[in-house]
Write a protein that binds this ligand. Structure first.
Ligand SMILES: NC(=O)c1ccc[n+]([C@@H]2O[C@H](COP(=O)([O-])OP(=O)(O)OC[C@H]3O[C@@H](n4cnc5c(N)ncnc54)[C@H](O)[C@@H]3O)[C@@H](O)[C@H]2O)c1
Length: 270
C-alpha cells in the first residue's frame, strides 16, 4: 500500500467505495427513457441518488426504472412532454412531493430533424426548437422555482451539443435550438446564482443512441465515428459521467459553461 492508501477499484462506482455526495439526493431527468438520459439515471443511481424520469416514452421509462431498481435504487416515472410547461411543472412537483426535494434537474430530452436548409419546413424547425429549446427553458424555470422555494443550492444541467459550437449541413433547426441552450445556460446561471443554484450544460459529440439511427441506416457510421479524435462513437455513459461530475462538489467551479464532451470533435477537421 502506498502512502495515500490503496487505489480505488475502478470497476466499482465511487459511491460504493467512499460514500457519495449524491446519497439520497433527488435528481429529475427529462428524456430519461433512452440514450444519454437513461445512462444519466443509472449513473446517478449508482451514486445512490433517487431518480425521477420524465419522458413521452412510457415503455422506455419502465425499462429505465427496472434498471435503476436492479441497482438497488429508487425511481419514479412521469409521462412528460417537455413542450408542455404544465407537464414539466408536474415532473418537478412529483420529485418534490414523492422524494421531498430537488437537487439536480437534467434538461436532456431532445430530438433531431434532418432537412437541407432550402427544404427545411417551418413545421420541422418549429418542432425541434419546441422540444430542444423551449423544453430546456421550461425545465430551468420549473426547477429554479422549486429549488428557490426549498432553499436548495442545486444544479441544473442542460444537454446542448457540439453543434452549439459548429455548423453542419441539414440541421438548421437543431443548431438554432442547441445554440440557444448554450446561451440560455449562461443567462440562467447569472440569474440563479443569488440562490446558490448553478446552471451548466454538456455538449456531446456523436453518441451511440437511437437519435442517430437515421444516419446509421444510411450507412454513415464510419463518418460519424471519424468525427471524434479516437475514431469511435461516444457511449451514453461517458456523457452521463460528465453530467454527474458537473453536478458533484468537484464540478463546483463550473457555472454558466457548456462543457464539450466530444472526444475532440470541435477541435479539429481533416
Ligand atoms: N446522440 C448524440 O449524438 C447526441 C449528441 C449531442 C447531443 N445530444 C442530445 O442528447 C439528448 C439526448 O439524446 P439521445 O442521444 O440520448 O437520444 P434518444 O433518442 O436516445 O433519447 C431522447 C429521449 O428524449 C425523449 N423525448 C423526445 N421528445 C420528447 C418530449 N417532447 N418530451 C419528453 N421527452 C421527449 C425521447 O422519448 C427519448 O427517450 C438530446 O437533447 C440530444 O439532442 C445527442
Amino acid at each position: 500500500m502506498d502512502a495515500n492508501g490503496p487505489l480505488p477499484d475502478i470497476e466499482r462506482p465511487v459511491a460504493l467505495q467512499f460514500g457519495s455526495a449524491f446519497e439520497g439526493r433527488v435528481v429529475a431527468i427529462t428524456g430519461g427513457s433512452s440514450g444519454i438520459g437513461r445512462a444519466t439515471a443509472l449513473a446517478f443511481a449508482r451514486e445512490r441518488a433517487r431518480i425521477v424520469v420524465g419522458d413521452l416514452n412510457e415503455v422506455g421509462g419502465r425499462e429505465t426504472l427496472d434498471a435503476v431498481e436492479s441497482l438497488g435504487g429508487e425511481a419514479e416515472f412521469v409521462r412528460c412532454d417537455v413542450t408542455e410547461p404544465a407537464d414539466v411543472d408536474a415532473l418537478v412537483s412529483r420529485a418534490v412531493e414523492h422524494f421531498g426535494a430537488l437537487h439536480v434537474m437534467a434538461n436532456n430530452a431532445g430530438i433531431g430533424t434532418y432537412a437541407p436548409l432550402l427544404e427545411h419546413t417551418p413545421e420541422q424547425f418549429d418542432r425541434v426548437v419546441k422540444v430542444n429549446q423551449y423544453g430546456v427553458f421550461y425545465g430551468m424555470v420549473a426547477a429554479g422555482r422549486a429549488m428557490r422555494e426549498l432553499q436548495i443550492a442545486g444544479t441544473i444541467v442542460n444537454t446542448a451539443s457540439v453543434f452549439a459550437f459548429l455548423g453542419s449541413e441539414g440541421i438548421i433547426g437543431y443548431h438554432a435550438s442547441k445554440g440557444a441552450v448554450r446561451l440560455m445556460t449562461q443567462a440562467a446561471a447569472l440569474e440563479l446564482a443569488p440562490y446558490g443554484i448553478r446552471v451548466v450544460a454538456v455538449a456531446p459529440g456523436i453518441v451511440d443512441t437511437p437519435i442517430i439511427a437515421g444516419y446509421k441506416a444510411r450507412g454513415l457510421d464510419d463518418s460519424l465515428a471519424r468525427g471524434q479524435m479516437r475514431g469511435k462513437l461516444l457511449s451514453p455513459d461517458a456523457i452521463a459521467q460528465t453530467i454527474v461530475w458537473l453536478c458533484s462538489p468537484g464540478g463546483d467551479a463550473v457555472n454558466g459553461s457548456t462543457v464539450l464532451c466530444d472526444d475532440g470533435f470541435a477541435s479539429f477537421k481533416t
